[in-house]
Design a protein around this ligand. Structure first.
Ligand code: OGA
Ligand code: NI
Length: 368
């Protein structure tokens, strides 16, 4: 069948699963429905007739001590950031100054949101990618051929006063706790940007992009991964890179995040109270490919529910993203085309976002 004939069939079938995995699990489930079963080569553990390839040991990401970054050891910490962004596209931040209560309260109130009756949660379900609040399931629930074991709540968060009135009013303390979290994460992002620009030897005080980032966009994505009866058949999130400049990810104490490192999927060891920070597509473009947005995915498990909160930060929605003029010269020509959010949003809503195909579409291929 041609894609144009398949699409309506998929869309019709997807309607059956729109209520998400939390809803499925609440009904009691001993098997994963076919819709969630990934092709064998994409599953977390490959079981071949004669061998079982065990998952690799967990990965200890480079750790950035934020207090050190602000002290006399800054140059050394900046070098660690550079290395981490070039090698892994990821690092973990500890001692970041956000009170433990702020992050714990955020995880806890999000847990309570996902425990609300489906009717309450579904008030925020929409296919409009630019809605201030969007509740949903999988990745792109109208287009995905195979579904992910994940429900989500996405909140636009900057400028906060524009969006806050649309955020869920239940649980009653959701808005205040999530707003505190969003504001403090934004502050942390701004300090991270200063460090990242400095590590690229760009003067943040003079750079136009640095100013734009201060007034940039922030999208808080809350991910809920309920326990799954057959976790080896599915994924919480498929391999993807994040589209923004930087993502600050808060996880609870349950592991699940994997990154692609030297062509192998490795699990990131959660450090309670820390942030996992990763390079997004926009930073890859901005750094003209020096820092890489690395593919990552999420595994689920059969025992513990998992909550994570990803805060995606980037330029304002109206900006054009391009390689920094400070990093471009005759010997270093631009490697990426200019791109904007509108193009991106159109791209992700029109197909299954998989791998890094959006970024690939922005690359300039030169014949040398
Ligand atoms: C994301 C993401 C990882 C996780 O939200 O983009 O990659 O551990 N989340 O939930
Ligand atoms: Ni991600």
């Amino acid at each position: 069948m041609s894609p144009s004939l398949i699409a309506p069939v998929v869309e019709e079938e997807n309607k059956k699963y729109q209520r998400g995995v939390k809803h499925l699990c609440d009904k009691g489930l001993t098997k994963v429905p076919t819709k969630y079963i990934w092709p064998e080569q994409d599953r977390p553990i490959f079981t071949k007739p004669d061998k079982l390839i065990k998952p690799k040991q967990n990965l200890k990401l480079p750790i950035i001590d934020f207090a050190e970054l602000l002290g006399p050891n800054r140059p050394q910490v900046l070098r660690t950031i550079t290395e981490a962004c070039e090698t892994y596209g990821f690092f973990q931040v500890v001692n970041h100054g956000m009170e433990g209560d702020v992050s714990r309260n955020m995880i806890e109130v999000c847990k309570r949101f996902f425990e609300l009756p489906y009717e309450e949660r579904s008030k925020y379900m929409t296919s409009d990618m630019s809605a201030p609040v969007r509740y949903g399931t999988s990745f792109n629930q109208s287009k995905d051929n195979v579904f992910c074991w994940r429900d989500f709540l996405k909140l636009f968060a900057h400028p906060l006063p524009d969006y806050l009135p649309y955020w869920p009013s239940s649980p009653s303390d959701f808005r205040s706790l999530a707003a505190t979290y969003a504001k403090e994460t934004k502050e942390l992002f701004e300090m991270m940007v200063k460090a990242i620009l400095e590590s690229l030897e760009i003067d943040g005080n003079e750079d136009e992009a640095a100013k734009e980032l201060e007034e940039g966009s922030q999208l808080v994505v809350v991910n809920c991964y309920p326990p799954c009866p057959e976790p080896e058949l599915t994924l919480g999130m498929p391999p993807h890179s994040d589209y923004g400049f930087l993502t600050l990810l808060l996880q609870d104490d349950v592991e699940g995040l994997q990154i692609l490192y030297r062509d192998e999927w490795v699990t990131v060891d959660p450090i309670p109270g820390s942030f996992v920070v990763n390079v997004g597509d926009h930073l890859e473009i901005f750094s003209n490919g020096r820092y890489k947005s690395v593919l990552h995915r999420v595994l689920v498990n059969s025992i513990k529910p998992r909550i994570s909160v990803a805060s995606l930060h980037s330029f304002p929605l109206t900006s054009v993203v391009k390689p920094s003029p400070h990093l471009i010269d005759e010997r270093n020509p631009p490697q990426y085309m200019e791109t904007d959010f509108a193009t991106f949003l159109q791209y992700v809503s029109s197909r299954e976002p998989k791998w890094k195909n959006f970024l690939e579409s922005r690359k300039i291929h030169r014949i040398r």
